[in-house]
Design a protein around this ligand. Structure first.
Ligand code: ATP
Ligand code: MG
Length: 389
């Protein structure tokens, strides 16, 4: 019924016409049944990758070694993945090589949680081999099969459990939760990037607090960079409202730990752009009444991050005053200054270090409201400045 599924139906019909099976699988089926917006529609098929490529005119080998072929139809790409098993797990991680199979049941069996192991035919019929529908109705995350074995195979699934708990607002079923507690140390085998991606999603979910509680109580946090010796329980006291950004999430974490923020974020392999914004935000957070110059230096994104952090700490935080204070800065960027180095040189100033210092003083004075941002005013001021020095 969903338009994204509708558009993919002809693809599935074409696969079936060639004599193979095709189903919607994974997160899109789960989310559609929950009435949530769906991200990407995943199609699973009994056709092997080479067979999929023969059925369609336009395909791209996006992840052919994992059995995924992207089928291009009317400008849209659809990921079609061959049914597969992951029989040989090494080092508690997902295997590098997979075995393609013809059976849907085999494919569903290797999936992590029952609500993620549902399949749908293009007519909407649901294939539910592991009681995923009742778990969906009960808002329950339950491992497919023996939870101990499943976390032993792939330790990332433990982080996925708390991540989905937060995103969906589900409970983790007791035996599954017990298995996470028992296997938490295996998380140390998972790459930081993958753990970080799950942790960020956890922090941004609708049920962050209960999920964060489980992240700590199960011991998962102990096997994460820089968290082992930290008390992370105060984060549970934040306003439970959803956080708007990864930057806000990581600023809150950075404020809570004793290691320096840059070390924390580098250890967690965060992007430089995020590190930059978090660092700017922390700088403003460190002052009670930030000056216009501080707001200016922080920039729009850090101001928004700051508002998110302060609001999480105190729902009554006056975000509008801060937003206004920032909006009312005379300029928001060096390029908005009414005069630049070139113009000063044309006016007779010598290029060099001193010129840079003059420009910097003008920038500060304009931001502080001590000088009007007007080229004549600024040039005159620069002249006095130079004469004095
Ligand atoms: P999202 O909304 O985040 O995309 P999703 O359920 O689609 O959620 P994906 O990571 O996109 O999650 O994975 C798609 C499907 O693949 C899952 O629903 C699940 O069936 C299966 N899956 C993904 N990762 C694992 C894993 N580590 N172990 C077992 N099955 C997995
Ligand atoms: Mg997905």
């Amino acid at each position: 019924s969903h338009p994204d599924f509708q558009a993919a139906i002809p693809i599935m019909q074409q696969i079936e016409a060639a004599g193979f099976e095709a189903y919607f699988v994974g997160g899109s089926v789960r989310d559609a049944l929950l009435g949530l917006p769906i991200h990407d529609v995943d199609i699973a098929t009994s056709a092997y990758p080479e067979e999929v490529k023969q059925i369609f005119k336009k395909t791209v080998d996006t992840g052919i070694q994992h059995g995924t072929v992207m089928v291009l139809a009317h400008g849209v790409g659809y990921e079609v993945t061959t049914f597969r098993t992951e029989s040989t797990y090494q080092d508690f991680r997902r295997p590098d090589s997979v075995t393609f199979v013809r059976s849907l049941a085999e494919d569903l069996k290797r999936r992590d949680f029952t609500v993620n192991a549902l399949a749908a035919r293009h007519d909407g019929t649901i294939i539910d081999l592991f009681d995923g529908l009742s778990d969906l109705a009960a808002k329950r995350l339950k491992a497919v099969g023996d939870p101990q074995a499943r976390f032993n195979e792939d330790a990332l699934r433990m982080m996925r459990a708390v991540r989905f708990q937060s995103q969906l607002g589900f409970e983790i079923e007791p035996a599954t939760l017990a298995a996470i507690k028992a296997h938490a140390p295996l998380l140390a085998h998972i790459s930081v990037e993958r753990t970080a991606s799950e942790l960020t999603k956890l922090m941004l979910g609708i049920a962050r607090n209960p999920a964060w509680g489980n992240f700590l109580e199960t011991g998962l946090s102990h096997y994460c960079p820089d968290f082992a010796d930290e008390d992370l329980t105060p984060l549970l006291e934040l306003n439970p409202a959803r956080l708007p950004s990864a930057e806000a999430a990581w600023t809150l974490i950075a404020q809570q730990v004793t290691v320096p923020a840059t070390k924390l974020l580098k250890d967690w392999k965060q992007a430089n752009a995020l590190i930059d914004i978090v660092t700017r935000t922390l700088r403003v957070l460190a002052t009670s009444t930030p000056s216009p110059w501080m707001l200016y230096q922080a920039g729009q994104e850090a101001i928004e991050t700051l508002i998110a952090v302060r609001t999480a700490q105190n729902p009554a935080f006056d975000a509008n005053s801060l937003r206004q204070a920032y909006a009312q800065l005379p300029i928001h960027d060096k390029h908005e200054l009414a005069i630049d180095g070139g113009q000063l040189i044309t006016a007779g100033f010598k290029p060099g270090r001193q010129l840079g210092q003059i420009l910097n003083r003008l920038e500060r004075a304009v931001v502080a409201g001590d000088l009007v941002n007007d080229s004549t005013v600024l040039l005159q001021n620069a002249r006095t400045d130079e004469a004095l020095s």
